[in-house]
Design a protein around this ligand. Structure first.
Ligand SMILES: *[C@@H]1O[C@H](CO)[C@@H](O)[C@H](O)[C@H]1NC(C)=O
Ligand SMILES: *[C@@H]1O[C@H](CO)[C@@H](O)[C@H](O)[C@H]1NC(C)=O
Ligand SMILES: *[C@@H]1O[C@H](CO)[C@@H](O)[C@H](O)[C@H]1NC(C)=O
Ligand SMILES: *[C@@H]1O[C@H](CO)[C@@H](O)[C@H](O)[C@H]1NC(C)=O
Ligand SMILES: *[C@@H]1O[C@H](CO)[C@@H](O)[C@H](O)[C@H]1NC(C)=O
Ligand SMILES: *[C@@H]1O[C@H](CO)[C@@H](O)[C@H](O)[C@H]1NC(C)=O
Ligand SMILES: *[C@@H]1O[C@H](CO)[C@@H](O)[C@H](O)[C@H]1NC(C)=O
Ligand SMILES: *[C@@H]1O[C@H](CO)[C@@H](O)[C@H](O)[C@H]1NC(C)=O
Ligand SMILES: *[C@@H]1O[C@H](CO)[C@@H](O)[C@H](O)[C@H]1NC(C)=O
Length: 513
């Protein structure tokens, strides 16, 4: 403790002796304050990470004071403060860690990207379906510009039924310009691994990039959870890897102006309702104007048995599929619950689907949508049949790649290979086959050319209807991309994906739970 105090006194002296602080002039000297934007400071050098002692980060122990210590640092250190977490440390938190002022950051010292990221472990009490669910909350009224970077969140649900409350990570609110990157979030106790809330419909420009998300929830009835849930307008959701979500992989609650690109959503052990969802009426009244979903990869499950000569399909040990790869329109999800409301003015371009689905893309109750250039890659299967909860009055369409209920879709520009169906209501009621040789081979890094991704919300009961929104680039900027650029990006993305997926697979093998 004495050494600790000495080190921090020296740090404070160094700070006071005129080291430049970068953009934010810090007026709140604090013993744990790590200088921002200073690369080669003798005490706070950020690289290599191994050289960092524990002295320049807030320790995880003692655990019985850690929640208060972290929150006190945030609520007493002012705007621009970075809360430095220790590489490799596990913080057993009893309540949410709450951003308090503009431009604050929570990150692991040295910005590692793998297992060295500090882990916030959701460890507060739960009883009777209520209790601690959120690790980090960035929705305060002065939380514009806050950043959550290079940390892990372990939601510790561990097979329990869901607890009502916020997502593992709650960001957004009536704020702008937040950043969530290089974060791993998994096993939330509640409905989502990461939620960007709309605030008073004034949330703007949140960036969600390079995160590792999942698993989220369970695929048992109404135990589902989303991967990434975005309600903030003009947001950017890119380069995320979403593995084994169960409700929606990436769910867009309208979120007008949001760009969702180069994400990979894939299932291995659990059935996912929707890969990317554009189905929620609330809270933006179904407004998807300038919301663009492009160049994402969605992988719906592959055969897990050993391929014998001549086999074209095999079994999947968990019977895992994605029921709808990309779901457009409230009716696909909620049937007639939203009456004749629609999803309005969204754009879905050049996404790649591979593996086993009920429906690759399903469109029902939409207006002014553009859906073009979406393709099947590698091997695919479209499987599933009426489940016990399908309405007796609905006609459940046969599984197929791209389906559209033309009766409820108006003024839209839809790719010509879409199959017309007579009834596109409540399609997530289908069930995957119970075993059998129905899953295609492929999906491993050497044979798949897509990266995984997904989104969705549960059948009319799952995600809080209060979440919504999203934002993104201007329509003009988004529309201007050339085909050549897209192909280049996809190629680079595919190569990177193989490398990354190999690494993820190794990591999973090492630490499966
Ligand atoms: C700061 O956080 C501590 C620990 O949770 C709490 O006791 C204190 O009331 C908070 N102060 C403010 C101003 O919110
Ligand atoms: C998450 O935390 C729980 C409870 O401490 C632990 O049992 C589990 O192994 C952790 N998960 C991972 C992937 O480390
Ligand atoms: C949007 O937010 C990101 C992330 O904080 C920031 O880098 C960018 O400058 C913001 N864009 C605008 C136009 O303010
Ligand atoms: C696409 O996302 C992957 C996975 O996060 C990333 O490694 C790759 O760099 C991204 N590609 C582009 C072109 O941004
Ligand atoms: C949809 O959102 C856009 C962008 O915020 C806005 O300009 C437009 O008026 C909205 N349309 C409707 C029908 O609310
Ligand atoms: C149709 O959608 C596009 C893209 O979101 C938007 O720019 C345009 O204003 C919409 N048109 C109408 C009539 O709503
Ligand atoms: C749209 O949905 C809202 C919310 O459920 C409902 O109040 C309204 O009646 C619906 N409007 C139409 C035209 O169906
Ligand atoms: C059908 O719904 C009931 C509740 O209404 C639920 O208990 C059951 O698990 C559901 N079955 C399936 C296969 O989703
Ligand atoms: C498609 O399935 C066949 C077996 O039917 C397999 O040999 C081939 O490698 C698979 N293709 C891809 C891209 O995975």
């Amino acid at each position: 403790m004495l050494l600790d105090t000495l080190i921090h006194t020296l740090a404070l002296l160094a700070t006071l002796s005129g080291v430049t602080h970068g953009r934010h002039v810090t007026t709140y000297a604090h013993r744990r304050h790590v200088l921002r934007d200073v690369i080669d400071h003798p005490l706070f050098s950020r690289s290599p990470a191994e050289l960092h002692g524990r002295a320049d980060c807030e320790p995880a122990d003692p655990a019985n004071t850690v929640t208060d210590r972290l929150n006190t640092l945030l609520n007493s250190s002012g705007p621009g403060y970075t809360l430095p977490l220790c590489p490799g440390a596990q913080y057993l938190i009893q309540a949410p860690i709450i951003f308090f002022a503009q431009d604050q950051e929570i990150s692991t010292v040295g910005y590692p990207t793998g297992d060295d990221r500090a882990t916030l472990v959701v460890a507060g009490p739960v009883a009777n379906g209520q209790g601690h669910t959120t690790a980090v909350d960035g929705t305060c009224s002065s939380c514009s510009g806050v950043k959550l970077r290079h940390v892990q969140i372990n939601g510790t649900r561990r097979g329990a039924s869901p607890t009502s409350g916020g997502a593992n990570i709650e960001m957004g609110g009536s704020n702008s310009n937040q950043l969530i990157e290089f974060v791993r979030s998994y096993d939330p106790r509640s409905w989502s691994c990461l939620h960007i809330a709309e605030g008073a419909l004034s949330c703007n420009n949140v960036t969600v990039q390079n995160n590792d998300i999942g698993p989220c929830g369970s695929d048992a009835f109404q135990q589902w959870a989303d991967g990434i849930s975005v309600s903030c307008q003009n947001s950017l959701v890119r380069n995320n890897m979403v593995n084994n979500p169960t409700d929606g992989g990436i769910v867009l609650f309208g979120a007008p102006g949001t760009l969702v690109e180069n994400n990979t959503i894939w299932v291995e052990t659990m059935t996912l309702l929707g890969g990317i969802n554009m189905v929620d009426y609330d809270p933006w009244n179904g407004n998807y104007t300038n919301t663009i979903v492009r160049n994402n990869v969605i992988e719906g499950g592959f055969a897990t048995d050993v391929e014998a000569a001549g086999d074209t399909k095999g079994t999947n040990e968990d019977d895992a599929i994605i029921k709808i790869g990309i779901a457009i329109g409230p009716r696909t999800w909620f049937g007639d619950q939203y009456l004749n409301n629609i999803s309005l003015s969204g754009t879905v371009l050049n996404n790649q689907l591979s593996g086993a689905f009920g429906y690759g893309i399903a469109i029902s109750s939409a207006q002014n949508f553009t859906v073009q250039g979406n393709v099947l890659v590698g091997n695919t299967s479209f499987i599933g049949s009426r489940g016990p909860n399908c309405s007796t009055t609905d006609t459940t369409p046969d599984p197929a790649a791209f389906v559209q209920d033309q009766n409820t879709v108006q003024s839209s520009n839809i790719q010509s290979d879409v199959k017309v169906i007579s009834d596109g209501d409540s399609l997530t009621c289908i069930m995957p086959p119970d075993g059998g040789d129905y899953w295609p081979y492929g999906g491993n890094p050497s044979s798949s050319q897509s990266s995984p991704g997904s989104s969705g919300t549960p059948l009319s009961t799952g995600s809080p209807s209060s979440s919504s929104g999203g934002g993104g680039l201007s329509g003009g900027a988004k529309a201007g991309i050339a085909v050549g650029v897209i192909l280049g990006v996809v190629a680079i993305g595919a190569i990177t994906y193989f490398i990354r997926k190999g690494a993820l697979r190794r990591a999973r093998t090492a630490g499966r739970y």
